[in-house]
Design a protein around this ligand. Structure first.
Ligand SMILES: [Zn+2]
Length: 123
């Protein structure tokens, strides 16, 4: 595997994840030269899946995902904006002593946007 042309070892790799609880094994594809998480959620039982057999990650730059397969992409700004609305409300409702307006909390969260963060889509 030649990784010197990429910024991340997992660029364009097929990566195997296994659920700690129900044992489901799933292969996700990283569609970009970007980071991927060590843990993701299991669609079957909603517990944690862990990246396994990482030395067997297979780089396939021309890979075509299967229908129903999950794929890592860059964080979509439209998703992030909606997520920040929800998160701002949670902070407003649950964080003791927070006197900031909902708008201010939202504005602070939006500043943290980083398109290089991984996001999972299902094809
Ligand atoms: Zn599971």
């Amino acid at each position: 595997m030649n990784s010197k042309n990429y910024n991340h070892a997992e660029a364009y790799c097929l990566m195997k994840y296994k659920c700690e609880k129900c044992g489901t094994v799933e292969t996700l594809w990283n569609s970009r030269d970007g980071v991927t998480p060590f843990m993701i959620n299991c669609e079957k039982c909603n517990e944690h899946m862990q990246h396994i057999d990482w030395n067997a990650d297979e780089r396939k730059t021309n890979y075509i995902p299967k229908i129903g397969q999950r794929v890592f992409i860059d964080m979509p700004v439209d998703y992030y904006k909606v997520f920040c609305r929800v998160r701002a409300k949670q902070i407003k409702d649950n964080v003791e002593g927070n006197t900031d307006t909902l708008q201010k909390i939202y504005n602070n969260l939006i500043k943290e946007y980083n398109k290089n963060e991984p996001f999972i889509i299902k094809i």
